[in-house]
Design a protein around this ligand. Structure first.
Ligand code: AMP
Length: 210
């Protein structure tokens, strides 16, 4: 099964994907995670991507498309995958189609800006496991009380200036993909304003997964 999770930053795409991968026996591919890894390692790609990411802008299509194609060519993708945060532009979607990737469904997370801002500003990530927590209530696990404070970090692009820019970028560059995939009859809409448990359950039901 090949799925795309589409929706604004903070819609819960990553967390819901983490909840589904075991049930679906497929892997989650987050271009954001791959890019952050490249930045951390200081690769050429990471150096080029960092300034865009910190500002909440999109990394240029050619860089992200190259990265994604390389990732989906690896053997662990054979069973399928959830693309979390890709495509984010029409040229990226066209590149996926040109690479003959047959997408089964596109899950579109609808969510209000106020909920996005609360989710993103409260998001914290474990340096050790990559797991996502949230210090604001909303159904995403709070960090366990015994977790050392320095295990968690806040992404630079989850800080207030970058958050508002990411929303603008989403509306302008990524939202047109809803119409793109509606035309292909692939969209499943989910209400992302709720806690993530019910959202994950709804996605599973819509996909016919027990
Ligand atoms: P994410 O973790 O999905 O929110 O991505 C974090 C940042 O990585 C984004 O704000 C972009 O700067 C960059 N990024 C991730 N995926 C893409 C993509 N498909 N196209 C362009 N930039 C991306």
């Amino acid at each position: 099964m090949k799925l795309i999770f589409l929706g604004p930053p903070g819609a819960g795409k990553g967390t819901v994907a983490q909840k589904l991968v075991d049930d679906l026996k497929i892997i989650q591919i987050s271009t954001g995670d791959l890019l952050r890894e490249a930045v951390k390692k200081g690769t050429e790609l990471g150096k080029k991507a960092k300034a865009y990411m910190d500002a909440g802008e999109l990394v240029p299509d050619d860089l992200v498309i190259g990265l994604l194609k390389e990732r989906i060519a690896r053997p662990d993708c054979q069973n399928g995958f959830i693309l979390d945060g890709f495509p984010r532009t029409i040229p990226q979607a066209d590149a996926l189609a040109a690479a003959k990737v047959v997408v089964d469904k596109v899950i579109n997370f609808n969510i209000a800006d106020a909920v996005i801002i609360s989710r993103l500003s409260g998001r914290r990530v474990s340096r050790k496991t990559g797991k996502i927590y949230n210090v604001n209530p909303g159904g995403i696990p709070m960090p366990p009380p015994d977790m050392p404070k320095d295990e968690l970090f806040q992404r630079d692009d989850d800080k207030p200036e970058a958050i508002s820019n990411r929303l603008v970028v989403y509306r302008k560059q990524t939202e047109p993909l809803i119409a793109y995939y509606t035309k292909k009859n692939l969209i499943i809409n989910v209400d992302g304003n709720r806690d993530l448990g019910p959202i994950a359950a709804e996605v599973k039901k819509a996909l016919g997964v027990k």
